[in-house]
Design a protein around this ligand. Structure first.
Ligand SMILES: [Zn+2]
Length: 186
């Protein structure tokens, strides 16, 4: 017998309250890409390996069409202003398992260590007028930026439209559990 429970959580089908995927509200897979409704939550499983999620990553992603980059040829400031106006925004909450969260934290720590080393080598290089130290500073900055970009690319937006966002970086095991995306053209 079913009884009415006034304290029961409302059974809402809105994507932003759901933590599992379904055919209507996503997320979906499309080849190697992940497609989600804008501003949604992904299931509580690691987006890399599908293991139980331990860490939730709440991030805002920005995207604009690559054509706007042509404005850099004209003027960097004009491009920066245009990008601020035309970029589309998507909030996404994803999970990482313990192993992948640790991997990401290590990369972030390594990037910060490189930037710290850069500042130190730059300071010492200027104080001692040392070419090799300045070269080391430049190298450390470069490595720090590359490692930082890799750490930040757990998921990265490939396209954001009015309704959907397409992401790269999802693991094959995770994508395999999602329904296929059927709407063409995003
Ligand atoms: Zn994982």
């Amino acid at each position: 017998m079913q009884t009415f429970n006034p304290y029961e959580a409302p059974q809402s089908a809105f994507a932003d309250t759901s933590t599992e995927s379904d055919d209507r509200h996503g997320p979906w897979r499309d080849g190697a890409d992940l497609i989600a409704l804008r501003d949604s939550h992904l299931p509580g499983r690691c987006v890399k390996c599908n293991a139980p999620g331990k860490t939730r990553l709440k991030k805002i992603y920005y995207w604009h069409s690559a054509w706007w980059l042509l404005l850099i040829l004209f003027n960097l400031l004009v491009y920066a202003l245009a990008a601020m106006i035309v970029r589309k925004k998507c909030r996404l909450e994803a999970s990482l398992c313990e192993r992948h969260a640790r991997h990401r934290s290590r990369l972030i720590a390594a990037a910060l260590a490189c930037l710290g080393g850069f500042a130190l080598a730059l300071g010492l290089g200027i104080a001692n007028d040392s070419g090799p130290l300045l070269l080391a500073a430049g190298l450390m900055m470069l490595v720090g930026i590359v490692v930082g970009v890799i750490a930040g690319r757990t998921l990265y937006p490939k396209r954001i439209t009015e309704r959907y966002a397409r992401f790269g970086g999802g693991g094959r095991e995770f994508l395999a559990t999602l329904p296929a995306f059927r709407e063409p053209g995003i």
